[in-house]
Design a binder for this molecule. Structure first.
Ligand SMILES: [Zn+2]
Length: 330
């Protein structure tokens, strides 16, 4: 397996020692700020802007940050209306890939419930998924009947040159070593194959405006916080040619602003997100925080349109809250 130029190995540093070198550009100049999660800080490289959760959670312990409810009861994550929306978004994403990728084997790394692969199968592709835990893979495998390997994709082997497309949709930032994962993606793609990556944009307006209150930081589950600059630099170094970069995601960006506004206003962190989950999670949340729930509902008619407007503005400025990058294997 090809290895990247500078394999990053998470290690603990005592406070006050110099910042560890940036695995994307090699710089040791970084700004540090606390995160909302006690014990974890955010480091931002002064040169390329790559962010890191510091210290990185050990791969042995990170599983505890993905309780079963993270995936939702019966792997249904949200209430009925939002479930329909999520499915519509997945179908749309499958069609975007269909416009760029010939039929054949495609791999979704961090495939979650497998909805994207399910729609790709309906379009005539041979879908395969990878997930890190049996819990995460359950719905895709048992309900949708998709082939899902439970393994660390970065450490897997075989299948060189097999896939027409490899997808990392909000999964690359969850890897302790995303550089090894990209090397592996390069290896399993056919020549000219498509790499599709979506990540929160650490260079973007939302990230800057909300700082540690930003919904999409998701510390410590996100080990790395990519921005446009750092992601393009890393992809180029891994011999991918970026062919398209989108700054608008209706699914991710307005919601990122809305939830971050509530976080900034002092509501319980990510409370709205808990309210949008399936009924059992929602009932529990409402019972624990009745007044905050009512205040969130009262503010929603004002903050929701404001968030959509701000998301359109950040898109116009090419500074989206999340970015979607399409690149070809060179
Ligand atoms: Zn850097």
């Amino acid at each position: 397996m090809a290895s990247s130029a500078s394999r990053f190995r998470p290690e603990l540093r005592a406070p006050g020692t110099p910042s560890p070198r940036c695995p994307a550009c090699g710089s040791s100049e970084a700004e540090s700020e606390p995160s909302v999660e006690p014990g974890f800080a955010l480091l931002r490289c002064r040169d390329c802007g790559l962010g890191r959760t510091w210290p990185p959670e050990s791969p042995e312990r990170v599983g505890a940050w993905y309780p079963e409810r993270y995936y939702g009861k019966g792997n249904v994550r949200f209430n009925a209306l939002f479930e329909r929306l999520v499915r519509w978004f997945r179908r749309r994403r499958a069609r975007v890939l269909h416009n760029r990728v010939p039929r054949g084997p495609v791999l979704d790394v961090g495939c979650g419930r497998g909805l994207l692969l399910c729609y790709l199968r309906a379009l005539g592709y041979e879908p395969r998924g990878v997930e890190l835990s049996e819990t995460a893979a359950r719905h895709a495998r048992d309900v949708l009947g998709l082939p899902v390997a439970v393994e660390d994709f970065a450490a897997s082997s075989g299948d060189a040159g097999l896939y027409h497309a490899v997808v990392f949709w909000h999964s690359l930032e969850h890897f302790p070593d995303p550089f090894a994962a990209l090397s592996r993606a390069h290896e399993v793609l056919k020549a000219g194959g498509l790499l599709a990556v979506a990540v929160p944009n650490y260079d973007g307006w939302q990230a800057r405006a909300f700082g540690r209150w930003w919904f999409h930081l998701d510390v410590p589950r996100h080990y790395f916080h990519f921005g446009m600059r750092s992601l393009e630099a890393v992809l180029t170094r891994h011999r991918f040619r970026v062919v398209r970069l989108d700054h608008f995601s209706l699914e991710q960006n307005p919601y990122g602003i809305l939830q971050s506004l509530y976080n900034r206003l002092g509501f319980r962190f990510n409370l709205l997100y808990s309210l949008l989950k399936d009924r059992s999670a929602r009932t529990e949340t409402v019972r624990h925080y009745p007044f905050q729930t009512a205040a969130i509902a009262l503010l929603l008619p004002f903050l929701a349109p404001l968030s959509l407007l701000l998301a359109l503005m950040e898109t116009a400025l090419r500074s989206g809250g999340t970015i979607e990058v399409y690149a070809l294997k060179e």
